[in-house]
Ligand binder design. Structure first.
Ligand SMILES: NC(=O)c1ccc[n+]([C@@H]2O[C@H](COP(=O)([O-])OP(=O)(O)OC[C@H]3O[C@@H](n4cnc5c(N)ncnc54)[C@H](OP(=O)(O)O)[C@@H]3O)[C@@H](O)[C@H]2O)c1
Length: 252
């Protein structure tokens, strides 16, 4: 299937490792022109080297700590230097925030900013030019925790907010040609990840977790998430406005 991604000006926020890195390589293999963002310059350099083997468009990386710098101003700069993006993937986020359900507003704000606010602040700049052009795809990496509402309360609540944002804002932009969506991974393991470490340090608890919470009884792979993101960024996703897609091995 031709996904129509070849040559598309694509921004991937949080691309240096894990799910985001696999999303970046998957888009490069489809012929996209990539702008990739993260804090680790060495990993971003390595990524650019890898994706340049898949196509020779002028890929570029920017080093940024989005929790320390101003995401709105950064998005303006990337837009000025790289042109209007056709596709944006918001991948930054994670559960390694406070787990204190009765935590301070600062703890809650931090978790919300990491998992939802950053993307919202960048979309303020990135989406209007897509609307003006009449075509765009904005894919957010949420989590199945947003639906199951289990585990870390601050993480699950932040991702649930993100899902509500995608649903409601997606409806608002629906007539414009811009499709907003979220992919909700279940537990995904890759080298150096939380789950990878968990498997090593406590294999018995890990097996127990999989048996009880992920019906396929294994972790997902970064490729399985990247494939869903590719589809949500494709021409074929034109009627999938506001879709919240679980890719979770039947989480339970
Ligand atoms: N892995 C899972 O099991 C799983 C399950 C459900 C949902 N998810 C979601 O999937 C997304 C990716 O998860 P992952 O496990 O692949 O996470 P990860 O390994 O921590 O990768 C996150 C990416 O974001 C970048 N990043 C983190 N903080 C940043 C900051 N302040 N400024 C700029 N870039 C930053 C990281 O690069 P640098 O460190 O180089 O900055 C990295 O490229 C997250 O939104 C997560 O909530 C993951």
């Amino acid at each position: 299937m031709d996904l129509g991604i070849k040559g598309k000006n694509t921004l991937i926020v949080g691309a240096s490792k894990g799910i985001g890195r696999n999303i970046a390589t998957a888009f490069a293999k489809e012929g996209a022109r990539l702008t990739v963002i993260a804090r680790s310059e060495d990993l971003l350099k390595d990524l650019i080297e890898e994706i340049s083997q898949y196509n020779d468009l002028d890929h570029k990386y920017y080093v940024a700590d989005l929790m320390e710098e101003n995401p709105n101003e950064l998005a303006k700069k990337w837009l000025e230097e790289r042109g209007v993006f056709d596709i944006v993937v918001h991948n930054v986020g994670g559960s390694l925030v406070s787990r204190n359900a009765l935590g301070t507003i600062e703890e809650w704000t931090h978790a919300w900013m990491f998992n939802a606010g950053l993307a919202i602040d960048m979309n303020n700049v990135l989406i209007q030019p897509m609307i003006d052009k009449g075509w765009g795809r904005v894919v957010h990496i949420s989590s199945i925790s947003a639906k199951m509402l289990r585990g870390n309360p601050l993480y699950a609540s932040s991702k649930a907010f993100l899902n509500a944002y995608v649903t409601t804002v997606g409806r608002t932009v629906a007539p414009t040609g811009v499709v907003m969506s979220a992919v909700m991974p279940g537990a995904v393991a890759f080298e150096g990840s939380y789950w990878d470490n968990f498997t090593r340090t406590d294999p018995a608890r890990c097996e127990d977790f999989l048996r009880h919470h992920q019906a396929v009884n294994r972790f997902g792979t970064t490729q399985e998430i990247a494939d869903a993101v590719l589809f949500m960024a494709s021409e074929q996703a034109s009627f999938m406005q506001s879709a919240l897609i679980p890719v979770d091995g039947a989480n339970m």
